[in-house]
Design a protein around this ligand. Structure first.
Ligand SMILES: *Cc1c(COP(=O)(O)O)cnc(C)c1O
Length: 384
């Protein structure tokens, strides 16, 4: 957040804001836990908890029973530790050698994607006389990070010999578990199981085995294994159009603003940069103080819609950095009326998927793109 709530109490805070219902997020964790039965839940809170706010969301996930937290970067994990969170935190991303001491100092769980990295971690842990918590990363068909499944035995062997490393988990990541065609995901799971047979052959108890992201949780129950890693599903949003939400999770984020200005635009008087919008008749138009400088995509120019007084109204002309114009036609609105950009108003709603479709992207990008200039406010609804 840009400004402290001491300097900017609610009433003087920017009207453009995100409201996050922590109660709903807690219920989403519980719905996922119920669905996966005996598997544990690692709540993925990378990228500012998919735009919902890293620290408050992480606290709520832990409160609601998450076994551990997953983030992409060391920096995200350190922020969580500094906020007093003592739950295990796995950092998914690749590590630079120079970062290892900081991981160890904060008791963070490292991802070891190769024998070389594992040995660097082992050496750093020996030098600091502290055990390193590690999850091994196997690439089963994403070609992103991790040792290939066909050479993974080397890494598993090495992990048995690394004396200062505690291998607490082993994982892989699906490339298309959110698709209608699950053949590639099934192949990935088979390859992962083959790698895991290493432990059985040696009569060793396996560490925590995990591969399921939101798509896997929804569509491939056999992929739940010991731990699941929901991201977008925690936030009540489906991972793709092809993958219906079959759990009782709901969105928890509302992005709203207000009417900052009202005017009548005369016929043939174009609106906004580039004069891309013009009408042959007079219309009522409002200006709303949100723009691409907040993460409201410029691609929504002449395509997006907002809710005012329970009605949908279209964006007129280009989205500016800090403002956007909305065409009411003959509708009414007054100064300071609430404008909903994402979420419910009356019986209407705009979803992250709607915004994604209008802007030509995916819901993940809509949520993570709402930037730090937009203050986050937290509420807590009681469950239905
Ligand atoms: C982001 C991420 C997830 C969560 O993915 P969703 O599709 O949002 O559920 C899980 N695991 C890893 C390694 C990730 O990077």
């Amino acid at each position: 957040m840009l400004a402290s709530t001491d300097t900017f109490p609610d009433e003087s805070m920017r009207p453009t804001r995100v409201e996050v219902d922590l109660g709903q997020l807690g219920r989403n964790v519980q719905a996922i836990q119920q669905h996966v039965g005996s598997a544990r839940v690692m709540a993925v809170v990378k990228a500012n908890a998919y735009g919902h706010g890293l620290v408050p969301v992480a606290h709520e996930m832990v409160r609601a029973g998450a076994h551990s937290l997953g983030v992409a970067l060391l920096e995200e994990a350190v922020l969580l530790r500094e906020a007093g969170i003592t739950t295990p935190i796995l950092v998914f991303g690749g590590i630079a050698e120079t970062q290892i001491p900081l991981f160890l100092r904060h008791q963070l769980t490292l991802t070891a994607p190769s024998v070389e990295k594992l040995n660097l971690i082992d050496a750093a842990a020996a030098a600091m006389s502290t055990p390193a918590r590690v999850h091994l990363k196997i690439d089963t068909g994403m070609e992103r990070l991790g040792i290939h499944y066909y050479s993974a035995e080397r890494l598993l062997e090495a992990s048995l010999k690394a004396r200062h490393v505690r291998v607490e988990g082993i994982y892989s990541h699906f490339a298309n578990a959110d698709a209608a065609d699950l053949s590639h995901a099934r192949l990935q799971l088979e390859r992962f199981q083959e790698v895991l047979s290493f432990y059985e052959k040696r009569s060793l108890p396996p560490p925590l085995r995990h591969i399921a992201n939101s798509g896997g949780i929804l569509q491939l129950p056999e992929s739940h294994l010991d731990l699941v890693r929901p991201g977008i599903l925690l936030y009540g949003v489906s991972p793709s159009r092809e993958c219906p939400l079959t759990l009782p999770v709901r969105p928890a984020l509302t992005w709203k603003s207000h009417v900052a200005y009202f005017k009548v635009v005369q016929p043939w008087h174009p609106v906004s940069y580039g004069s891309t919008w013009v009408s042959d008749h007079a219309v009522r138009m409002v200006t709303v103080p949100v723009g691409y400088g907040d993460g409201y995509f410029r691609a929504l120019s002449n395509r997006g819609q907002v809710l005012i007084r329970g009605q949908r109204h279209p964006i007129a002309g280009r989205v500016c950095m800090d403002q956007v114009m909305v065409n009411l036609e003959w509708g009414t609105a007054y100064y300071r009326d609430e404008v909903v950009l994402l979420g419910h108003q009356g019986s209407e709603s705009i979803s992250a998927d709607d915004l994604a479709e209008w802007a030509g992207t995916i819901s993940y990008e809509v949520l993570t793109n709402i930037n730090a200039r937009v203050p986050r406010l937290y509420t807590r609804s009681e469950g239905p």
